[in-house]
Design a protein around this ligand. Structure first.
Ligand code: PLP
Length: 451
């Protein structure tokens, strides 16, 4: 790369160790530096504007510059910028937010706060273990996740994540965490196998795994209602009801990872409601605060809450928690975010504008590079294929999806290339129909210019 002297780009290359980046290649390409943002638009340090088609990392649901969130943070920073929840201490932002989350949730009773999705899913693993120890079932500890599922990057969370880059050379997954089949009908359905038959086979695979491992050893099953980072994979019809029946049969906890789906992304408040999932435990993050500040939560139903509380009484404490669990400023911003979702009928808006994304992308189905268009609400993916007939993927060395994403950038649209050449779309939920049309149009142009 050309000498950039003491520019922000050269200092970035020198000092910033980037997450999820090819750190070697980064030295040549340098960073895309964003400077400011408004609504669904972000602006780089050269003044170029982009539609943030991924809402950052599936998170900035209310877009940028939302004054009510800025005011909520400022007010709380002045009133009480920090307080913790350890040893029975509390504060109103955490109390109000927990109450609100329980009221909104499908059947949850209590809320444990953390700061990131990874911390929330890690907390799930520890809670499931604590729960089964409390019930006198010390062997019931295995966690079943899914190939292509994404649950974060801390040690247990990355172990549950079912994507190769999260395991390679990190010596993961850890023991007791395993992966069952990915319910992607387009990719893994057999010739002539209908969606419902495929769903039955997926549930059979899960049951086989539970029986092989021994039902007495399986604590929990974790799933995103719609898989996000694995490539926006919408479950086949009847999948979750069949999975749920298997889990009930063997007394295995069902954990819904709502970190992406939660708060309207799919067109319902939670992905669980979209698919009739009745979880024992849920995780939320990202859109919980519209990403203005970090906050996440694990929610548990009454059954789990009671067992955990009783055991903490026996031991003397529930020995888990983060310095910033329920951080008052994050909690105040999250509470305001949830109020805005309701007051502005975010669900009504998502469902009204979603056809601009879903139908707009489906119009590209006949394009020679497009294998499958999938999604619902304001989450979608276009999977690219080298051969439409055989559904063969491109050689990863060709980097077709990253190339397309770079071309989309030139057209002023930020998208994300996922494993398996899927291009993901997850714009702020406040995006308008016109902005969605512009986003799809920019993508279509980039598609035409690829290969
Ligand atoms: N769970 C899901 C479904 C996610 O999509 C993510 C992040 O993308 C996580 C957990 C981890 O969240 P975080 O990156 O905040 O740790």
């Amino acid at each position: 790369m050309t000498d950039m002297g003491n520019s922000p780009a050269s200092r970035d290359i020198a000092y910033v160790m980037h997450p999820y980046s090819n750190l070697e290649k980064h030295k040549e390409t340098g960073p895309l530096i964003l400077d400011h943002a408004e609504g669904v638009w972000v602006v780089d340090d050269n003044g170029k504007r982009y539609i943030e088609g991924m809402a950052g990392l599936w998170c900035a649901s209310l877009g940028y510059g939302e004054q009510r969130l800025i005011d909520a943070a400022t007010k709380q920073l002045k009133q009480l910028p920090y307080a913790h929840l350890f040893a029975s201490r509390s504060h109103n932002p955490a109390i109000d937010l927990a109450e609100k989350l329980v009221a909104m949730s499908p059947g949850m009773a209590q809320v444990f706060f953390a700061n990131s999705g990874s911390e929330a899913t890690d907390t799930v693993v520890k809670t499931a273990w604590f729960y089964n120890n409390a019930l006198g079932r010390p062997n019931k500890k295995k966690i079943i996740a899914r190939t292509k599922g994404y649950h974060g990057v801390t040690v247990a969370a990355a172990s549950m994540t079912g994507l190769p880059y999260n395991h390679i050379d990190f010596d993961l997954p850890i023991a007791n965490i395993m992966h069952t089949s990915c319910p992607h009908h387009y990719r893994f359905g057999q010739p002539g196998e209908g969606e419902e038959e495929f769903a039955s086979r997926m549930a059979d695979d899960l049951e086989k795994m539970i029986l092989e491992e021994g039902p007495d050893t399986v604590a929990a099953f974790i799933a995103e209602p719609v898989m996000g980072a694995g490539g926006v994979i919408v479950p086949p019809r009847t999948y979750f009801e069949k999975i749920q029946a298997v889990l009930n049969k063997y007394d295995v906890l069902l954990v819904a990872d709502e970190v992406i789906c939660g708060f309207g992304r799919t067109g319902k408040m939670f992905g669980c409601e979209q698919f009739g999932i009745k979880p024992d435990i849920m995780t939320v993050a990202k859109a919980l605060s519209s990403a203005y500040l970090p906050i996440s939560a694990m929610m548990v139903n009454q059954k789990v809450a009671d067992v955990v509380a009783k055991n903490s009484g026996k031991i003397g404490t529930f020995g888990h928690g983060y310095t910033y669990s329920g951080h008052p400023v994050s909690a105040a911003v999250a509470l305001e975010t949830l109020k805005i979702y309701e007051e502005r009928d975010i669900l009504g808006h998502v469902n009204a504008v979603a056809p601009h994304l879903q139908d707009g992308l489906r119009k590209l189905t006949d394009h020679p590079l497009v294998g499958e268009v999938r999604g619902l609400g304001l989450i979608a993916a276009v999977e690219l294929v080298a051969n439409k007939e055989t559904r063969e993927n491109f050689d990863p060395k060709l980097a077709v999806a990253p190339t397309l994403v770079n071309k989309a950038l030139e057209h002023g649209v930020i998208l994300r290339a996922m494993m398996g050449d899927a291009i993901a779309f997850s714009p702020p939920l406040v995006i308008t129909g016109d902005e969605l049309d512009m986003m799809v149009d920019g993508f279509a142009k980039a598609l035409d210019e690829t290969l």
